[in-house]
Design a protein around this ligand. Structure first.
Ligand code: F0G
Length: 484
């Protein structure tokens, strides 16, 4: 290591079980892309070497979590594991009513089917795709009200997940009862994993209370959000992540959670609320779609793993390493001037596909072209967060131009610094031949959530832009089909 090398993120754990990986050869990668219709959601995991598609449900559980899985009380009703889980969520959030669900979108379904009605408007800093889909499913309109800085990828604003509170105030004044709830997503996943500040949450809460509109948090990455508050907000450096988390929850009426993120489990979620009147409605839908309120679509052992994971995610050493990994990857890419959303986010690094591939028009799907190229180069799977993910849905009026991003989401406690260095090398190699990368076109797509199911093909050849795929230079580690 030279003094100019970025600091290595130090693991506050050691590894006691390993999963072997295969690195597919160039021919295998090319065949996989064709078979998958150039949609990386259609790849099999054996076709991927480093999987940065999502940080959701891909964490490594701890020995304590695995041990708890062995002590499941699998009673249909009144399981001991539920009591432990309920107590933990109550203590962390202060919300008295806790309803488990199999994952975040199930919690969103419960909340939005209970509160939102056709024609209403649901503001959020930025909707995640499943939240947006649930708002639309109720015939309501999702409104993104993140601050303007959130749409400027180069802006170093420390809290780009903040809500534009004057806009929120205006909307609530105009719409009155046409707004059934206000949501804030912590962190702002769609906008680059960016946090919201405690002072912004305080102001949103004040506005909601003044207008008597319920305020709910999407708390998927609440512990990462708390870490950024700890680091960046004046006066917060001495407070623990649990205290900061609790200060955020105290401002809200409830929260939906995908524990597949900051719950450090492979499956699980919940909704928690202070609203006693809402609970019977939530439970009725829960029983119809998920299961009895003491298991919510999960095995009871999953509830214990979730309770432990929620606590582990608030350990400062763990979180410093986690966010440190994203920063490590960012500093490697920065050396080549590769454009990404600044500052680096909590759960991943988001490449700016427009700036990476400026020769491609929006209609040539630069984000999709880039995820395909990064896979083609090094069997690294990433995720488009741009025109494909959000282009199919009705847009928010007056919304700033959409971001066209490629997310390199880092699974929790899974990859090492050498893996991240390999990823950086792969992205750098695409960067070097970026001018030759061709656009993509949609071949078939469903109406909603199309990024999961769409099929793509290379866009027609244009002047100057030649197919990069099979002509790209071989990677140094391409010498044998399976170098591992
Ligand atoms: N809200 C946010 C902010 C999310 O990021 C996700 C999932 C959900 C809700 C839904 O949770 O998957 O448990 O149903 N995000 C994953 C991702 C899929 O890759 O970012 P879920």
């Amino acid at each position: 290591m030279s003094p100019s090398d970025p600091p290595l993120p130090l693991e506050p754990y050691r590894i006691k079980a390993v999963e072997m990986l295969h690195r597919p050869s160039r021919d295998e990668r090319e065949a996989a892309l064709k078979r998958a219709g150039y949609n990386l959601f259609n790849l099999t995991s054996e076709e991927v070497y480093i999987d940065l598609l999502t940080d959701s449900g891909t964490s490594a559980m701890s020995d304590r979590q695995w041990a708890a899985m062995m002590t499941g009380d699998e009673s249909y009703a009144g399981s001991r594991n539920f009591a432990e889980f309920e107590r933990t969520v109550q203590e962390l959030t202060g919300f008295p009513f806790v309803i488990p669900a199999h994952q975040g979108r199930a919690a969103e379904h419960l909340l939005l089917s209970s509160l939102a009605r056709p024609g209403q408007k649901v503001p959020n800093n930025m909707h995640f795709d499943t939240t947006q889909a649930h708002v639309l499913r109720q015939g309501a309109q999702p409104i993104n009200l993140a601050i303007q800085e959130a749409y400027d990828v180069r802006n170093e604003h420390p809290f780009k997940g903040n809500m534009d509170t004057p806009k929120l105030e205006t909307l609530l004044q105009k719409e009155g009862s046409g707004v059934p709830l206000v949501m804030m997503t912590l962190t702002n996943n769609t906008g680059g994993g960016q946090p919201a500040s405690l002072s912004n949450l305080r102001e949103v809460s004040r506005i909601c209370r003044a207008h008597k509109v319920p305020f709910y948090l999407d708390m998927c990455r609440w512990a990462e959000n708390a870490y950024f508050i700890h680091e960046r907000e004046p006066g917060m450096g001495e407070r623990s992540l649990r205290e900061i988390g609790r200060a955020c929850f105290d401002l809200a009426d409830g929260a939906t959670m995908s524990a597949k993120k900051d719950g450090l489990v492979n499956i699980g979620g919940f909704i928690a609320t202070r609203d006693a009147q809402l609970v019977p409605r939530l439970k009725e839908t829960l029983i119809t779609f998920e299961g009895f309120p003491t298991y919510g679509g999960l095995a009871r052992r999953d509830l214990s793993a979730m309770a432990i994971g929620l606590l582990e995610a608030t350990e400062l050493d763990y979180m410093a390493h986690r966010v440190g990994q994203v920063r490590y990857l960012a500093s490697l890419l920065e050396q080549d001037g590769i454009p990404f959303v600044r500052p680096p986010g909590g759960h991943g690094l988001y490449l700016d596909a427009h700036a990476f591939l400026p020769h491609l028009k929006g209609s040539e799907l630069p984000g999709q072209a880039l995820v395909v190229e990064i896979y083609r180069e090094g069997a690294v799977r990433t995720c488009e967060v741009g025109g494909v993910m959000f282009g199919g849905a009705p847009s928010t009026p007056d919304a700033p131009p959409a971001l066209e991003l490629v997310r390199l989401a880092i699974p929790r406690r899974v990859y090492t610094a050498s893996h991240l260095s390999y990823v950086a090398d792969t992205v750098r190699r695409v960067w070097k031949r970026r001018e030759a990368v061709r656009g993509m076109t949609i071949v078939e797509a469903p109406e909603r959530l199309r990024h999961f199911l769409a099929k793509f093909g290379p866009a027609m050849e244009r002047g100057g832009a030649k197919g990069a795929g099979p002509h790209a230079a071989p990677h140094p580690s391409d010498r044998s089909p399976s170098p591992m």
